[in-house]
Design a protein around this ligand. Structure first.
Ligand SMILES: [Zn+2]
Length: 211
């Protein structure tokens, strides 16, 4: 029973431990180095023939291939997302700057604006970019608010104004945009309100609902 064995060097690379009983050495490798008993690594360390050679290397190979393929794609995705965030931020910044500059120019050099027909109701003849930005602001506001109980153009305009949403459209412009959204199927007509205004509800896309 009590066979005095020579201390055996721990097979783990970089470990200087020498342990005098095989069962103690096995426990050492398992506990100190966290090598699971009978795992491929375990069998390698103790010089045992690997189990299921073909399957182990095959699985590892596939996993390696998947991870090798996924890594650059994930990196590209990350770069694209970062770039998109930068562009969004830059666009917002440019819009804010443009608004500020226009405001200052109107104050210090009002004559340069007088000749333009957009003196009253600037939205009617606004630049296509400004119209897009206004439209986008209305769409985003409606989506953010949800308006589960329905919305009217007048309510959206009031709420946007109260919330300080920018760029703000005139009431008439909001109505145009709401009608446009209805024509595009983003909004559905819910019912006619007293006074004739149409109440709309957001058309929720079945696939995207509840997320
Ligand atoms: Zn060791």
């Amino acid at each position: 029973m009590s066979v005095a064995t020579e201390p055996q060097a721990c097979p783990v690379e970089g470990c200087d431990a020498a342990i005098n009983r095989p069962e103690n050495l096995r426990r050492h490798v398992e506990r100190v180095h966290g090598v699971k008993k009978d795992s491929a690594e375990w069998r390698r360390l103790f010089g045992l023939a690997p189990k299921n050679v073909a399957r182990v290397s095959y699985t590892r190979d596939i996993e390696q291939q998947i991870s090798d393929t996924a890594k650059p794609l994930r990196e590209s995705l990350r770069l694209i997302e970062r770039r998109l965030a930068t562009i969004d931020e830059e666009k917002l910044q440019l819009q804010t700057d443009r608004r500020r500059l226009l405001g200052v120019l109107r104050l210090i050099d009002p004559t340069s604006f007088v000749a333009k027909p957009k003196k009253d109701g600037a939205s009617q003849n606004g630049s296509p970019e400004m119209n897009d930005a206004k439209r986008q602001a209305v769409v985003e506001f409606i989506q953010k608010q949800g308006y589960e109980d329905g919305l009217t153009a007048a309510a959206v305009y009031r709420d946007m104004k109260a919330a300080g949403a920018e760029p703000i459209s005139s009431a008439g412009k909001v109505l145009d945009i709401v009608r446009e959204l209805h024509a595009q199927g983003v909004l559905r007509a819910d019912r006619k309100m007293r006074g004739g205004a149409m109440q709309y509800k957001l058309v929720t896309n079945g696939g995207n609902d509840g997320t």
